[in-house]
Ligand binder design. Structure first.
Ligand SMILES: NC(=O)c1ccc[n+]([C@@H]2O[C@H](COP(=O)([O-])OP(=O)(O)OC[C@H]3O[C@@H](n4cnc5c(N)ncnc54)[C@H](OP(=O)(O)O)[C@@H]3O)[C@@H](O)[C@H]2O)c1
Length: 239
């Protein structure tokens, strides 16, 4: 089935790769980001998803323009701070973008998918939910998203709508390159945590998301698919 897909955080990095891949598969793609992009493979709506009124207006605009068959909740924010240094505003930001936005978009569009008997919802999480120092707000918010995936999957499965989480490991996006520049000690440390010995590419994450959104994936729901170069695997020594 080819349908109309909404992708949040769509203009750069993983969201952009997902949008291109979905468009290549014949879907109509509606991207959501703060800034437009003339090369985007579809329409772009430009709210600031931290702002409740912007989120509501965006949902109304997209809904008024036509039915939504798929939703990729990709917009996210990762701030680093040790537990004792977590700021209230960072906690709010993490939950507003990673959780509240996803709930509001899914709440708005899942009913139509269920009525029409087909739909795909993909929530983008992170390997950080298995435990990563300095990621209280990020891992906490993404873990909430992972839990909601399972709840929504049960509620929507009888209506032909699947809901899954895709959890990337370190992936070479603009955001990642800024925090872990080539040659930096931080990047060397990240690389040493990856059994495959390299950083992932946005296109690799997008390929998995495209499969999850395909008709072939209709029996797959409520799962957390980790695509992280083995980062989430136990690394214990024998003994
Ligand atoms: N990169 C990684 O290593 C990695 C690993 C695991 C999980 N993830 C997850 O993958 C997802 C995408 O990450 P990424 O690295 O691709 O991010 P990115 O390169 O920073 O891209 C973020 C996208 O979201 C949009 N965006 C950001 N804040 C927004 C806001 N307040 N309102 C509307 N749009 C906003 C950005 O466009 P504007 O700036 O124009 O708004 C951009 O299109 C996130 O959920 C992240 O947690 C990433």
């Amino acid at each position: 089935m080819q349908g109309r897909f909404v992708v949040t955080g769509a203009t750069r990095g993983i969201g952009r790769a997902i949008s291109s891949r979905l468009a290549d598969a014949g879907h109509e793609v509606v991207g959501v980001a703060r800034r437009g992009d003339p090369t985007f493979p579809g329409a772009v709506v430009v709210p600031d998803l931290f702002v409740a009124a912007d989120r509501a207006a965006t949902i109304a605009e997209i809904g008024a323009a036509g039915p939504v068959d798929g939703l990729v909740n990709n917009a996210g924010i990762a701030r680093g701070a040790s537990l004792v240094d977590v700021r209230d505003d960072e906690l709010d930001e993490a939950f507003d973008l990673n959780v509240r936005t996803a709930v509001e978009f899914a709440r708005a569009f899942s009913g139509g998918m269920a009525e029409r008997g087909w739909g795909r919802i993909v929530n983008i999480s992170t390997v950080a939910t298995v435990g990563l120092a300095g990621r209280t707000t990020y891992a906490g918010a993404k873990a909430a998203l992972e839990a909601m995936t399972r709840v929504w999957a049960i509620e929507l499965a009888p209506h032909g709508v699947t809901v899954n989480t895709v959890s990337p490991g370190p992936t070479a996006t603009e955001m990642f390159e800024a925090v872990y520049p080539p040659g930096s000690a931080a990047r060397t440390e990240v690389l040493s945590s990856l059994p495959v010995g390299r950083i992932g590419r946005p296109e690799e994450i997008a390929a998995l998301v495209a499969f999850v959104c395909s008709d072939d994936a209709g029996y797959l729901t409520g799962q957390n698919l980790r695509i992280d170069g083995g980062r989430s695997l136990g690394r214990g020594v024998m003994g």
